[in-house]
Design a protein around this ligand. Structure first.
Ligand SMILES: [Zn+2]
Length: 464
């Protein structure tokens, strides 16, 4: 298993284009990369040195582009079972439509959904994933553990964000009362998850983050105590922030201030915090994020699907805000892929108000790799191709019909059709070969997800 074993010997990938996404954006038209154990040992132009010892595998990358593995910074795996519903709703109506179904999930469902979510992302070049799970119905089993198990099975590096909701409808929140936990229950379960699972070592396959869901589903006290817990334990903080105009209105009515000022008032700005969406941000909000090092998970497809708006990513980058990309839950981004978000981030950015500063193809690739690693607190380990970093690398096939006529390989990857993955390594261990998952049966995953989605739909219909 990749969470315990480090591969022995060297893997050499050569004769491919390389985009390192290092600080200088170094690229090689034709280059090589040497993996030794779970780390990148060396890389550069031309072929690898001929005198390398203990080479167990040599990959001819002709017609390919090698990049860092993609890093997903926001997702809700369980939503794999509720895709294609509430098709024309915006966020609050969509949530209200789906909460009752989500409240019927159990461990088996979440495991099947997590395998499908992770499988879909891994096939598209994701090497580091995250899941923000925040619905914990009583008696549903070990829902956090189900996602963690699935990530280990597929071999993907993982941040499990233990979510929570304690502000039910009767307290003025958005979720129904039966879908929320108590404040103390949520905190105790989150602390237990950190103690049981969080591994802070270099090359860790599993981080835990503290992740109360949103300002409109979580009490102020839970926000405050979650921040205290995370800092006591040295783990990261995550939540949804500034996603919609309705959230902004909710915060002004309930707290007398906008979302970012509210987060600041409960200790939720800092280098150890990243927030999903950050669409409705004022200049002052962006400055506060930049000053404190607070990160953003940009989810362009989900924002479009729920008509949330266009995040000011170029302004955030210009101010120095760490920004990564997110698939978001697949009930609001049914494709469930991150490599298509490179393109969507660029396109959406060009539809925004500041066309002249909109994202370039290389900025889009940086958001999906180094930017994501920075947002998850892992930029020292992954997110760029540099000697000493983890061998989380993806070899994209660009000589097929979809890409072969585009001379610039980075443009082909970002602007072209979703490129097939010939090889994806996580810590030097193959997770995808020739477009297929190595460690799991995709047909079995598809059947499992379909069966569990149907079981959930039946339960939800019975409950209604
Ligand atoms: Zn989300």
């Amino acid at each position: 298993m990749a969470d315990t074993g480090i591969p022995t010997g060297r893997t050499v990938v050569e004769k491919c284009a390389i985009a390192t996404v290092d600080a200088e954006d170094t690229e090689y038209a034709t280059g090589h990369l040497v993996v030794n154990g779970n780390r990148i040992e060396s890389l550069g132009p031309g072929d690898a040195p001929g005198d390398l010892e203990n080479v167990t595998r040599r990959v001819d990358g002709t017609g390919h582009l090698l990049t860092p593995g993609l890093v997903n910074t926001h997702h809700h795996f369980s939503q794999w079972l509720t895709r294609g519903l509430a098709q024309d709703s915006s966020l609050f109506d969509w949530l209200v439509a789906l909460y009752p179904t989500w409240a019927r999930i159990d461990e088996e469902m979440v495991h099947a959904a997590a395998r499908a979510s992770l499988g879909m992302m891994a096939r598209g070049g994701v090497t580091t994933a995250m899941d923000h799970h925040y619905v914990f119905p009583r008696g549903a089993g070990d829902l956090l553990g189900a996602g963690i198990r699935a990530a280990a099975e597929l071999g993907v590096r993982f941040t499990a964000a233990r979510g929570s909701m304690d502000l039910g409808e009767s307290d003025g929140g958005l979720p129904p009362d039966f879908a929320v936990e108590t404040l103390q229950g949520a905190l105790a379960a989150t602390e237990k998850a950190i103690d049981a699972y969080h591994d802070a070592s270099f090359g860790s396959m599993l981080h835990i983050a503290v992740a109360p869901c949103s300002p409109f589903s979580v009490s102020t006290e839970l926000m405050r105590q979650s921040a205290e817990l995370a800092r006591r334990k040295g783990v990261r903080l995550h939540t949804h922030g500034s996603e919609t105009a309705e959230e902004e209105t909710f915060c002004h009515e309930r707290f007398g201030m906008g979302p970012t000022d509210y987060f600041a008032s409960v200790g939720w700005l800092g280098e150890d915090v990243w927030m999903a969406h950050c669409v409705h941000m004022t200049d002052e909000d962006i400055a506060a994020f930049a000053r404190t090092g607070t990160g953003a998970a940009h989810c362009p497809s989900s924002n479009a699907r729920l008509a949330a708006g266009i995040a000011r990513v170029p302004d955030m980058l210009a101010a120095g805000v760490p920004v990564g990309l997110g698939v978001d839950g697949t009930a609001s981004n049914e494709s469930g892929e991150l490599h298509t978000e490179l393109r969507n981030a660029l396109l959406v950015s060009r539809l925004g108000p500041h066309k002249q500063d909109a994202l370039t193809v290389r900025q889009a690739l940086r958001l999906g790799t180094y930017g994501g690693a920075r947002v998850l607190g892992r930029a020292q380990e992954t997110g760029s191709l540099e000697a000493g970093k983890l061998a989380d690398v993806v070899l994209w096939k660009l000589d097929g019909i979809g890409h072969s006529s585009i001379a610039d390989p980075v443009a082909a990857l970002v602007l072209g059709a979703a490129a097939p993955v010939t090889l994806s390594l996580v810590g030097g261990v193959p997770v995808v070969e020739d477009g297929r998952l190595v460690r799991a049966d995709e047909d079995e995953i598809a059947r499992g997800a379909r069966d569990e989605a149907r079981r959930l739909a039946r339960l939800a219909a019975g409950a209604g």
